[in-house]
Each structure stands twice: as C-alpha cells, then as structure tokens.
Design a protein around this ligand. Sequence first.
Ligand code: G6P
Length: 608
Amino acid sequence: MCGIVGYVGPKQAVPLLMEGLKRLEYRGYDSAGVAVVVDGRLVVHKAAGKIAMLEVQLGRLPLKGTTGIAHTRWATHGAPTTRNAHPHTDCGDMVAVVHNGIIENSTALRTMLRERGHRFVSETDTEVIAHLVEQFYTGSIEDAVGAALRELEGAYGIAVISAREPGTIVAARKGSPLLVGVGDGENFVASDASAVLAHTRSVVYLDEGELAVVRSTGYQLRDRHATPLTKEISQIDWDLATIERGGYAHFMLKEICEQPESLRNTLRGRLLEEEGTARLGGLNLTEEQLARIDRIVITACGTSWHAAMVGEYMLEEVARLPVEVEYASEFRYRNPIVDDRTLVIVISQSGETADTLAALREAKGRGARTIGIVNQVGSTIAREVDGGIFLHAGPEIGVASTKAFTSQIGALALFTLKLGRLRALSILQGREIVGALRRLPEQLEAVLAKKAEIEALAERYVRVSNVLYLGRGYNFPVALEGALKLKEISYIHAEGYPAAEMKHGPIALIDELMPVIFIAPKDGVHAKIPTNIEEVRARGGRVIAVVTEGDTTITPLVDHVITIPETMDMLTPILTSVPLQLLAYYVAVRRGCNVDQPRNLAKSVTVE
Ligand code: G6P
C-alpha cells in the first residue's frame, strides 16, 4: 500500500527513483510522483495513473539532481488525481514529503495550520506533514521532522527532503514499513527491499518510532525518545531474478507456476521422515509450552484468512485442539478472550497488513503466546511475533495471492503435524502425513500440466456475470478462495459457499447463465456432493468440477472436470486451489483485465 523510495549519493537520482518505483508499483498504482533537489531548489513532478504516465512526463523534462524521493500511491484521503499525488510540499516549496499510512488527526492539524497562514493545495492527510515541518523549521530538517512527528496521530512511513539541506533525507516510521538501503558512497530509503535490491542487499529495517537521517556518506538512527541508536544490518537473501517476470506474461502466472518450487522451499528441511513429525526451529516454543496450549485463535485477512480456515479444519481434526478463525479487523476490536494458554497464530504474506499487525499486538497485550506464518522476512509482523514459520515462498508481486496461499497451507500442515504428534497422532500416522507432504510438489506439477486445458475451459466462461463456488470440509475455504480470485482480477461477481448451504439461499440464483464450480476431490465428504450437483442441474445450471483422478461418481454428472492427483484429505486444498487460480487468471486475461494490478486493490494493505 503506497511505495516509497529515496536516493542520496553521487549519481543522478531520477533514473534510480523511477527504477525503484516500478518495483514498488504492486503496492499502489493510482498516481506517482518524484521530488529532487536541483541547484538548491525543489523540483516536483507528479502524474495521475500508472508510473508510466510519470515517466512520459519526466522524459520530456529530464531532471538533474542527486538527492530525491518518489512515491507510488494507493489513495486513502482524496481522489487519485495529480494534485493529490505525492510528494507534497509546504507553502515555500522548500520541503517535500512522501508518506505511506493515514494521519488520523489531519483535519484538526489542517485547521490549526490554516489559522497560522498555511495554504493547502491537496485533499490529502499527508500535506499537513509538509506544513508542520515548515512550521517547526529553525535550521535543522532533522529537528523539524522530529517536532512534526510529535504532532501526528495515526500511521506513517515518511521520507522528507529539503531544498535548504541538499544531500539529506529524513525518514521515519510508525506503523508503516520503512528501511534504509546501505550502499557504497550512496544510500537509499524504501518501503520495501525490492526497490533497492538492484543496488544493495544490505538494509536496516526501522522499528516503530525510529527516525533515520540518511546522507551519501552514512546514516544516523534515533529511537522514539530521540536517543541515538545503532542497529544490525540485515542481508537480503533473494535476488533480482526472483522478482522479475522471467518470460511469463504476468507475475500472477509466474507465481502460480512457481508453486511446486515455493512449496518445496516451505517444506525444505522441515520433514522428519523417521520420527513422523516436523522440525520447526523458529517457533520458540518448548514442547512443554506447546502442551500447555488449550486453544488456538488464527487471525488474518483476505487470502491468508482462507488459509487460516484450512488450518482450523486441520488442527481440530488432527491435533484435536479447539481452533477459532477471526478476521484480524474484527478480532482487534472484539475484546477477544485470550490468555496465556491461548496460542494466537497470525498469517500474513507481507507481514505488514495493518489489521493483522494490530490483532497481533492486541493478542500479545492480553498475554497470549503468538506465532506468525509470514512470507516477508524482516517485516513488522515477523519481528513482533514470539516465534513463527517463514514460508520461504519468495517474493509475491501479483496482487492476487497464489503461491503464498499454498505455502501457508503447507506451513499450517507442518505445524498441525508437529502439534498432532505431541497430542493425538501415532508415529505411523505422522509418517503418513510426512509422505503425503513430500509428494505434493510433484503433484502440483501434474496439476500445472493442465494449464492449456484450463485455458480452453476459461474461454467458454469469459462472458459470464456470476459464478458460484461450492465445496465441503477442507474445500469449503477453497471455494471461498476460488471466488475471491475470480472477483479480484476479472471483476466477475463470484461467491463461495459450503455446498450444502446452497439450498438455503444461493440456489435461487441458479439458471443456465450462472456456472457452478464444485470442488469435490476424493475425501471424507465426497459422497455428499452428487446430491448437491443434481440440485444445480435440475435448475439448468452448468457445472465444472475439480475432482480426483479416476473419479467415476461426479464426472458423469457435470459439464467439465479438472482432475488433481490423490492426496490426504487435509492436503487437498493445496492441489484443488491451483486450477481455480488458473481459471481466474485466464478468464481475466481474456477479459482484458490487468491481472497483476487489479483496480482498487493493493498488495499490502497497511491502513486500517
Ligand atoms: C490484500 C491483498 C490480498 C491479501 C491480503 C492480506 O488484500 O490484495 O491478496 O490476501 O491483503 O495480506 P497479507 O499480506 O496479510 O497476507
């Protein structure tokens, strides 16, 4: 949600900033802007729309300057117009600010600043920061930013430059991610490492309340009490090739096709064949602590919430522990009942989702033990949980989550296996799960081999307006996820339901124009599905089914089948979700949609 990049060093800043912005475009893409210090003056360019629009503008007016900041926006306050695009400046055009987050008291600050003579030109909350810095400036940009921050309520990751102090960027964070990229004779600030990876792998993640003063010769950090601080430099262990499209038409397709590898990486080194269990070194929980847990709450948003639901089914069935799944946005305001015997699991691909982070803090505040299932190493959630399981799925750039989802289920299966073995599972049962997990990456390859078949199927459904996804048991969350994928990227209305619930409402919608997708692999509830299919057929509905290879009960009843290899019930979602990802992808591409950057969405939602 909004991308920030800044550069200070000997090189021309604009090409570096534009390159960084493009890597951040997945975070927000409704407008973009750049500010550079040129001969002691600030020059700002902004454009509504994609970064390419800004590029066209800059192509006409090449800018020279070696200190600059840039921003790609996902609008919260004010429409995505050029005027509302960042950077925002003060009345004297001496200070430029880019910001990710929401300033909650911006209306009050705006009124106060107006009374002191400041003139506002945008509708954004961010502009108040530029005017506050102007108000407090008495000779040091660092001190003026520090004073301005004391007035702000809400969340921010900001980068500020001033025409009076060329060669300096002041960056600060509270609630929104920010890091310093440490180079050789040059330094960067960025909201995420992908923006600086082409130039350095060394980064310093800012924590809550911290401020950085960044110059070409080095950087200084201070904490929320303005006390100087030194922090460890982290090394990014993925490279540029991992975040480039590598010949695929879209990041989403690349990431769908990467799933055998991403799942392999999630499982690598964690399966203990002989003992029939999992090795999870990062949990930071002793076996005694695990045994003391009497209840689990899993909290997340979006696709991660669907993975959480699969986790609930697995943990209850296999580890025999009561589990509740809560939307993070609900959990944080519900006065939740958790105590020191409750384990709260937070699931987040980005590790930055504002609601999930707030839910985590709420749980910790109530004494719960917390673990995170997170993809982004170094993210805020990853740093604040007591322990966790990293997905190691590699960067996910496509806004619609795909490989993170299957890896999240893989990680939940590992945790279920570990906890199950401590509580209810025999070594033989444990070994069976280990074996099934080990086979999954290859089975995913078999599903992906059906790409062309699914593409042809998608062709027939390009013009529909509504689709219903139905599943039972472990595949009910897959129905929800399949529907979410389709609506996110193709803008076709889709809903997921437990198959048997259909008759309590959605059945009223079914006619020959509304296809129904049944997710019905061979599992404990398979025998219940044919009746549900007959109910749809009796109303003229067209049916697609995802079934297990060799299925003979459902195949004769439906218009199209997509088969998956056989696996254990609890692992079927990893295989059944992939054809639904491909179907959504091909339908959206055929409809001419921008699948990697669907309208109104953002990859990482760092606002409430
Ligand atoms: C956004 C993304 C979704 C994602 C959700 C949760 O809405 O568009 O794809 O599932 O955030 O993100 P997280 O990073 O916490 O998993």
